[in-house]
Design a protein around this ligand. Sequence first.
Ligand code: 4AD
Ligand code: MG
Length: 477
Amino acid sequence: MKHTKVKNLLNSETTISEVNAKGWVRTFRNNQFIALNDGSTINNIQCVVDFENTPEETLKRITTGAAISVTGALVESKGAGQKYEIQVAKLEILGDSDAEKFPMQPKKHSLEFLRENAHLRVRTNAFGAIMRVRSVLAFAVHQYFQEKGFVYVNTPVITGADAEGAGEMFQVTSLPLDNLPKNEEGNIDYKKDFFGKHTNLTVSGQLEGETFAMALGQIYTFGPTFRAENSNTSRHLAEFWMIEPEVAFNDLNDNMDLAEDFIQYAIKYTMDKCQDDLKFLESRLAEEDKSKPQAERSEMSLLEKLNFVLENNFKRVSYTEAIDILRDSTPNKKKKFSYIINEWGADLQSEHERYLVEKHFKCPVILFDYPANIKAFYMRLNEDGKTVRAMDILFPGIGEIVGGSQREERYEVLVEKMKALGIDEEELWWYLDTRRFGSAVHSGFGLGFERLVLFVTGMTNIRDVIPFPRTPQNAEF
Ligand code: 4AD
Ligand code: MG
């Protein structure tokens, strides 16, 4: 008999005389009640075992973590909180799980412990919920752009370009590391390498994406991105997923409109599709909050927070205005920040971003028109000659979730900028071609997918929203 997903059984319109379910035992109470989960939903189905007619040997093997198959009638449940249960007629142990050794005991585990067991943590309620939400969010991304006629582009993972010019790249080589070929100058001879040149893992698909936008009009990428930044924070991964739309003829304002509309759509879509999981995550957070002092508890529940973002426009603020606000908020340089912004031109630290979003505006903020010297080479220089048409979107509890800009479409200005920064024109000849042949105003942005998953799930550490996190000193799985 073909098994039915627990989600479908729980949503059944009628009782059914015979069903089969397969999944993993969460708990087994009183030698009678199995809570069975198959990953299709946060909810377990209760399976009632006829213990008097089940061999003692079999009962002993119904342990947390075991894979089982149950066949029986789907009947109305007398227990609270569930509509149906399975009256087990036939039970089969598919895979035993040693109760003493199985790490995912039915109790609350610390997130640190669960990270060390990333291959098994997905069997817990919280991680099951997070991973289903992540999957739906990813689908929402495609749904949004496909509905709008964007073309999905797969930009290369291995590339010769440093798109961000930040030098945080993982190098890719096929050369023998213990016997590197050297050229006449004594440097590593990358001509002998697989690609005949120095290559790395991509830090962003933007530059390749731009070339496609200048033919297909509107494109998006959605793929893995790699950064060897040695920052061990709760917001950074060495391998993360980025969504990068790029649109020909869009200026910075269009870019802001697109980003805001897209984020709201993805959140709304996921709220509609993941109600049970989000309710579970909400109650998990509320529970966690109870153990915190009053001042640290969140003012809004998870769903209130998500609804707030849907119902309120993002506040658009220029960098210059933001600096004024930050200066005014530190009268006499009181110790509000560990790093005090004194001058126009300074880069904002995450503490400043968080202040603007969480304390000052109390809503998502789009900061735009940053000083040219703290942003990447490809951003469109403003008429003032000192700011660029950059935008960062800052979210409460997260900080930067999006980085984007209107691109410098003027060939001469771009080349000048690259020269000033020592970026090799010859390396990026293909990128410059977009400015030589049919150049036009265009804009795009990158959304860090895990940061969006963080926001939607209410989790606080980015390691907990990606299946197998890659961070400094950690690539165990
Ligand atoms: O601001 P970033 O560096 O912008 C770019 O890469 C542009 N090329 C994007 C574009 O315009 N097409 O990165 C974009 C976003 C950040 O706002 C952040 O959400 C996320 O990517 N991000 C990271 N997420 C997790 N771990 C990291 N190490 C991240 N670095 C950036
Ligand atoms: Mg950025």
